[in-house]
Design a protein around this ligand. Structure first.
Ligand code: PLP
Ligand code: CA
Length: 304
Protein backbone atom coordinates (compact mmCIF):
# COMPACT_ATOMS: atom_id res chain seq x y z
CA UNK A 1 0.00 0.00 0.00
CA UNK A 2 0.95 3.61 -0.48
CA UNK A 3 0.98 4.69 3.16
CA UNK A 4 0.85 8.47 3.29
CA UNK A 5 1.62 8.37 -0.40
CA UNK A 6 -0.83 11.08 -1.46
CA UNK A 7 -1.39 9.07 -4.62
CA UNK A 8 -4.13 10.08 -7.07
CA UNK A 9 -6.08 6.98 -7.98
CA UNK A 10 -9.05 5.91 -10.05
CA UNK A 11 -10.15 2.98 -12.20
CA UNK A 12 -8.42 -0.35 -11.65
CA UNK A 13 -6.24 0.85 -8.74
CA UNK A 14 -9.25 2.24 -6.92
CA UNK A 15 -11.11 -0.97 -7.67
CA UNK A 16 -8.32 -2.93 -6.01
CA UNK A 17 -8.32 -0.65 -2.96
CA UNK A 18 -12.08 -1.00 -2.50
CA UNK A 19 -11.87 -4.77 -2.99
CA UNK A 20 -9.32 -4.96 -0.18
CA UNK A 21 -11.60 -3.22 2.36
CA UNK A 22 -14.71 -4.40 4.10
CA UNK A 23 -15.72 -1.16 5.85
CA UNK A 24 -15.93 2.32 4.39
CA UNK A 25 -16.19 5.32 6.72
CA UNK A 26 -17.41 8.47 5.03
CA UNK A 27 -17.15 11.96 6.41
CA UNK A 28 -20.37 13.79 5.45
CA UNK A 29 -20.01 17.45 4.51
CA UNK A 30 -17.65 17.87 1.57
CA UNK A 31 -17.67 14.14 0.82
CA UNK A 32 -21.21 12.87 0.33
CA UNK A 33 -22.94 16.23 0.36
CA UNK A 34 -22.23 19.93 0.42
CA UNK A 35 -24.80 21.58 2.67
CA UNK A 36 -28.15 20.56 1.27
CA UNK A 37 -26.87 19.18 -2.04
CA UNK A 38 -25.70 15.59 -2.50
CA UNK A 39 -22.33 15.21 -4.24
CA UNK A 40 -23.21 13.94 -7.72
CA UNK A 41 -23.16 10.15 -7.75
CA UNK A 42 -22.77 9.80 -3.97
CA UNK A 43 -26.12 8.05 -3.33
CA UNK A 44 -25.28 5.52 -6.06
CA UNK A 45 -21.83 4.94 -4.55
CA UNK A 46 -23.26 4.19 -1.11
CA UNK A 47 -25.82 1.84 -2.64
CA UNK A 48 -23.21 0.07 -4.81
CA UNK A 49 -20.87 -0.45 -1.84
CA UNK A 50 -23.66 -1.96 0.22
CA UNK A 51 -24.74 -4.17 -2.69
CA UNK A 52 -21.23 -5.56 -2.75
CA UNK A 53 -21.50 -6.47 0.91
CA UNK A 54 -19.43 -3.59 2.28
CA UNK A 55 -20.38 -1.97 5.53
CA UNK A 56 -20.74 1.79 5.31
CA UNK A 57 -20.55 4.25 8.20
CA UNK A 58 -20.96 8.01 8.32
CA UNK A 59 -18.67 9.90 10.65
CA UNK A 60 -19.45 13.58 10.99
CA UNK A 61 -18.13 16.35 13.21
CA UNK A 62 -21.39 18.19 12.68
CA UNK A 63 -23.09 18.20 16.09
CA UNK A 64 -26.11 20.27 15.11
CA UNK A 65 -28.54 17.42 14.40
CA UNK A 66 -29.62 14.41 16.38
CA UNK A 67 -29.15 11.10 14.54
CA UNK A 68 -32.82 10.80 13.61
CA UNK A 69 -32.62 14.12 11.81
CA UNK A 70 -29.64 12.81 9.81
CA UNK A 71 -31.73 9.84 8.73
CA UNK A 72 -34.22 12.32 7.30
CA UNK A 73 -31.48 14.33 5.61
CA UNK A 74 -30.06 11.20 3.97
CA UNK A 75 -33.51 10.29 2.66
CA UNK A 76 -34.16 13.85 1.46
CA UNK A 77 -30.89 13.94 -0.49
CA UNK A 78 -31.56 10.62 -2.20
CA UNK A 79 -29.60 8.21 0.00
CA UNK A 80 -32.01 5.33 0.33
CA UNK A 81 -31.98 3.13 3.40
CA UNK A 82 -29.33 4.77 5.52
CA UNK A 83 -29.87 3.46 9.00
CA UNK A 84 -29.61 5.47 12.20
CA UNK A 85 -27.11 2.89 13.49
CA UNK A 86 -24.71 3.74 10.66
CA UNK A 87 -24.50 7.42 11.61
CA UNK A 88 -21.89 8.59 14.11
CA UNK A 89 -21.97 12.31 14.83
CA UNK A 90 -19.84 14.23 17.29
CA UNK A 91 -22.98 15.00 19.32
CA UNK A 92 -24.00 11.33 19.52
CA UNK A 93 -20.43 10.28 20.42
CA UNK A 94 -20.09 13.04 23.04
CA UNK A 95 -23.21 11.72 24.74
CA UNK A 96 -21.87 8.15 24.47
CA UNK A 97 -18.58 9.28 26.02
CA UNK A 98 -20.32 10.85 28.99
CA UNK A 99 -22.58 7.81 29.44
CA UNK A 100 -20.08 4.99 28.84
CA UNK A 101 -16.55 6.29 29.39
CA UNK A 102 -16.50 9.16 31.86
CA UNK A 103 -17.43 8.00 35.32
CA UNK A 104 -19.91 10.76 35.25
CA UNK A 105 -22.89 11.70 37.32
CA UNK A 106 -24.34 15.15 37.66
CA UNK A 107 -25.37 17.65 35.06
CA UNK A 108 -23.79 18.84 31.85
CA UNK A 109 -23.57 22.51 30.96
CA UNK A 110 -23.83 22.26 27.19
CA UNK A 111 -22.93 25.03 24.81
CA UNK A 112 -24.34 23.85 21.51
CA UNK A 113 -27.21 23.48 19.12
CA UNK A 114 -30.42 21.56 19.85
CA UNK A 115 -28.72 18.48 18.34
CA UNK A 116 -26.27 18.36 21.24
CA UNK A 117 -29.00 18.75 23.84
CA UNK A 118 -31.18 16.10 22.17
CA UNK A 119 -28.38 13.51 22.03
CA UNK A 120 -27.50 14.12 25.68
CA UNK A 121 -31.11 13.67 26.73
CA UNK A 122 -31.45 10.52 24.60
CA UNK A 123 -28.44 9.11 26.44
CA UNK A 124 -30.15 9.80 29.75
CA UNK A 125 -27.80 12.60 30.75
CA UNK A 126 -29.05 15.58 32.72
CA UNK A 127 -28.48 18.89 31.03
CA UNK A 128 -28.70 22.36 32.53
CA UNK A 129 -31.75 23.92 30.91
CA UNK A 130 -31.07 27.06 29.00
CA UNK A 131 -33.08 29.98 30.22
CA UNK A 132 -33.31 33.58 29.20
CA UNK A 133 -31.43 35.72 31.68
CA UNK A 134 -33.44 38.66 32.96
CA UNK A 135 -32.36 42.29 32.40
CA UNK A 136 -30.65 42.57 35.79
CA UNK A 137 -28.64 39.39 35.42
CA UNK A 138 -24.94 39.76 34.70
CA UNK A 139 -21.78 37.71 34.98
CA UNK A 140 -21.34 38.44 38.67
CA UNK A 141 -24.85 37.57 39.84
CA UNK A 142 -26.05 34.92 37.39
CA UNK A 143 -27.19 31.60 38.85
CA UNK A 144 -24.83 28.63 38.60
CA UNK A 145 -26.08 25.08 38.96
CA UNK A 146 -24.22 23.29 41.79
CA UNK A 147 -24.77 19.88 40.14
CA UNK A 148 -22.73 20.63 36.99
CA UNK A 149 -19.86 18.14 36.58
CA UNK A 150 -19.11 18.60 32.87
CA UNK A 151 -18.96 21.35 30.28
CA UNK A 152 -19.48 20.34 26.66
CA UNK A 153 -18.81 22.82 23.86
CA UNK A 154 -20.15 22.44 20.34
CA UNK A 155 -21.27 24.58 17.45
CA UNK A 156 -23.65 27.19 18.82
CA UNK A 157 -25.09 30.02 16.78
CA UNK A 158 -26.40 31.49 20.04
CA UNK A 159 -22.97 31.46 21.68
CA UNK A 160 -22.70 34.43 24.04
CA UNK A 161 -20.41 36.13 26.50
CA UNK A 162 -22.72 34.93 29.28
CA UNK A 163 -22.39 31.28 28.21
CA UNK A 164 -18.62 31.68 28.07
CA UNK A 165 -18.61 33.29 31.52
CA UNK A 166 -20.75 30.57 33.08
CA UNK A 167 -18.73 27.79 31.47
CA UNK A 168 -15.44 29.12 32.77
CA UNK A 169 -16.92 29.40 36.27
CA UNK A 170 -17.89 25.72 36.14
CA UNK A 171 -14.41 24.82 34.93
CA UNK A 172 -12.80 26.44 37.99
CA UNK A 173 -13.61 23.10 39.62
CA UNK A 174 -10.80 20.85 38.39
CA UNK A 175 -13.12 17.84 38.76
CA UNK A 176 -15.50 19.32 36.21
CA UNK A 177 -14.95 17.60 32.84
CA UNK A 178 -14.22 19.78 29.82
CA UNK A 179 -15.29 18.25 26.51
CA UNK A 180 -15.51 19.58 22.95
CA UNK A 181 -17.65 17.94 20.27
CA UNK A 182 -15.07 18.68 17.57
CA UNK A 183 -12.10 20.94 16.82
CA UNK A 184 -13.28 22.25 13.43
CA UNK A 185 -12.11 25.85 12.95
CA UNK A 186 -14.72 26.93 10.35
CA UNK A 187 -17.02 25.58 7.67
CA UNK A 188 -17.76 26.70 4.16
CA UNK A 189 -21.18 28.16 3.47
CA UNK A 190 -22.66 29.01 0.11
CA UNK A 191 -21.46 32.05 -1.78
CA UNK A 192 -17.91 31.92 -0.43
CA UNK A 193 -18.85 32.67 3.15
CA UNK A 194 -17.70 30.68 6.14
CA UNK A 195 -19.08 30.09 9.62
CA UNK A 196 -16.90 29.69 12.71
CA UNK A 197 -16.78 26.07 13.91
CA UNK A 198 -16.93 24.48 17.37
CA UNK A 199 -13.14 24.70 17.58
CA UNK A 200 -13.24 28.48 17.62
CA UNK A 201 -15.72 28.52 20.52
CA UNK A 202 -13.69 25.89 22.37
CA UNK A 203 -10.57 28.03 21.91
CA UNK A 204 -12.30 30.94 23.63
CA UNK A 205 -13.21 28.76 26.58
CA UNK A 206 -9.75 27.17 26.73
CA UNK A 207 -8.25 30.62 27.04
CA UNK A 208 -10.78 31.79 29.61
CA UNK A 209 -10.40 28.67 31.75
CA UNK A 210 -6.67 27.98 31.23
CA UNK A 211 -7.68 24.39 30.52
CA UNK A 212 -7.63 22.10 27.47
CA UNK A 213 -10.75 20.38 26.26
CA UNK A 214 -10.95 16.66 25.55
CA UNK A 215 -12.00 16.45 21.91
CA UNK A 216 -14.55 13.75 21.07
CA UNK A 217 -14.94 14.17 17.29
CA UNK A 218 -12.38 13.59 14.54
CA UNK A 219 -9.36 13.45 14.72
CA UNK A 220 -9.83 11.81 18.14
CA UNK A 221 -9.84 8.01 18.10
CA UNK A 222 -12.97 7.96 20.20
CA UNK A 223 -15.37 8.07 17.26
CA UNK A 224 -13.77 4.95 15.81
CA UNK A 225 -13.93 3.24 19.20
CA UNK A 226 -17.60 4.16 19.32
CA UNK A 227 -18.21 2.42 15.98
CA UNK A 228 -15.96 -0.52 16.88
CA UNK A 229 -17.79 -1.09 20.16
CA UNK A 230 -21.07 -1.53 18.27
CA UNK A 231 -19.83 -3.27 15.14
CA UNK A 232 -16.98 -5.69 14.89
CA UNK A 233 -14.57 -3.44 13.07
CA UNK A 234 -10.99 -4.17 12.11
CA UNK A 235 -8.88 -1.07 11.27
CA UNK A 236 -6.94 -2.96 8.62
CA UNK A 237 -10.05 -3.71 6.61
CA UNK A 238 -11.43 -0.17 6.96
CA UNK A 239 -11.12 2.89 4.78
CA UNK A 240 -11.65 6.51 5.87
CA UNK A 241 -12.80 8.95 3.19
CA UNK A 242 -12.69 12.64 4.06
CA UNK A 243 -12.24 16.14 2.70
CA UNK A 244 -10.37 17.82 5.56
CA UNK A 245 -6.75 16.83 6.15
CA UNK A 246 -6.54 18.13 9.74
CA UNK A 247 -9.55 16.16 10.97
CA UNK A 248 -10.55 13.30 8.64
CA UNK A 249 -7.13 12.20 7.46
CA UNK A 250 -5.49 12.58 10.89
CA UNK A 251 -8.41 10.59 12.31
CA UNK A 252 -7.79 7.79 9.83
CA UNK A 253 -4.07 7.80 10.60
CA UNK A 254 -4.72 7.85 14.38
CA UNK A 255 -7.00 4.84 14.05
CA UNK A 256 -4.78 2.83 11.70
CA UNK A 257 -7.12 3.10 8.71
CA UNK A 258 -6.22 3.59 5.06
CA UNK A 259 -7.15 7.13 4.06
CA UNK A 260 -8.61 8.77 0.96
CA UNK A 261 -8.84 12.53 0.46
CA UNK A 262 -11.66 13.57 -1.84
CA UNK A 263 -11.41 16.95 -3.53
CA UNK A 264 -15.11 17.95 -3.33
CA UNK A 265 -14.68 19.75 0.00
CA UNK A 266 -12.31 21.86 2.08
CA UNK A 267 -8.73 20.61 1.50
CA UNK A 268 -6.82 20.65 -1.76
CA UNK A 269 -4.30 18.30 -3.36
CA UNK A 270 -1.70 21.08 -3.04
CA UNK A 271 -2.24 21.33 0.73
CA UNK A 272 -1.79 17.57 1.03
CA UNK A 273 1.47 17.83 -0.88
CA UNK A 274 2.71 20.66 1.35
CA UNK A 275 2.22 18.35 4.35
CA UNK A 276 3.92 15.53 2.46
CA UNK A 277 6.95 17.67 1.62
CA UNK A 278 7.23 19.09 5.15
CA UNK A 279 10.34 18.31 7.22
CA UNK A 280 8.27 18.05 10.40
CA UNK A 281 7.56 14.36 11.10
CA UNK A 282 4.18 15.18 12.76
CA UNK A 283 2.94 16.64 9.48
CA UNK A 284 3.03 13.18 7.90
CA UNK A 285 -0.16 12.39 9.83
CA UNK A 286 -1.95 14.91 7.60
CA UNK A 287 -1.03 13.12 4.38
CA UNK A 288 -3.65 10.84 2.85
CA UNK A 289 -2.71 7.51 1.32
CA UNK A 290 -4.84 8.24 -1.74
CA UNK A 291 -6.61 11.13 -3.43
CA UNK A 292 -9.74 11.06 -5.62
CA UNK A 293 -11.49 13.91 -7.42
CA UNK A 294 -14.86 12.82 -6.04
CA UNK A 295 -16.33 9.70 -4.50
CA UNK A 296 -18.26 9.44 -7.77
CA UNK A 297 -15.01 7.85 -9.01
CA UNK A 298 -15.82 4.89 -6.75
CA UNK A 299 -18.74 3.99 -9.01
CA UNK A 300 -16.79 3.32 -12.20
CA UNK A 301 -14.08 1.67 -10.11
CA UNK A 302 -16.61 -0.71 -8.57
CA UNK A 303 -17.96 -1.52 -12.01
CA UNK A 304 -14.49 -2.26 -13.45
N1 PLP B 1 -19.98 21.30 12.26
C1 PLP B 1 -20.82 22.15 11.63
C2 PLP B 1 -21.61 23.10 12.43
C3 PLP B 1 -20.93 22.12 10.23
O1 PLP B 1 -21.76 22.97 9.62
C4 PLP B 1 -20.15 21.19 9.50
C5 PLP B 1 -20.24 21.12 8.05
O2 PLP B 1 -21.11 21.67 7.42
C6 PLP B 1 -19.31 20.33 10.19
C7 PLP B 1 -19.24 20.41 11.57
C8 PLP B 1 -18.42 19.35 9.50
O3 PLP B 1 -19.12 18.19 9.21
P1 PLP B 1 -18.35 16.97 8.55
O4 PLP B 1 -17.51 16.36 9.62
O5 PLP B 1 -19.48 16.07 8.10
O6 PLP B 1 -17.58 17.51 7.43
CA1 CA C 1 -16.06 17.28 5.93
Amino acid sequence: TASGGCQKIRGAQLHELLESKHNVLFDCDGVIWNGETAVAGAPEVVRALKQRGKRVFFVTNNCTRPRQSYVQKFARLGFAEVDEQEIFSSAYCSAAYLRDVATFSGKVFAIGCPGVHAELRDAGISVVEEEEDGPDVNISNCALDPDVRAVLVGYDEKFSFMKLAKACCYLRDSECLFLATDPDPWHPLRGGRITPGSGSLTAALETASSRKATVIGKPSRFMFECIASQFDLDPESSLMVGDRLETDIVFGVNCGLSTVLTLTGVSTFEQAQVYKDSDEPKKKDFVPDYVVESIADFLEALEE
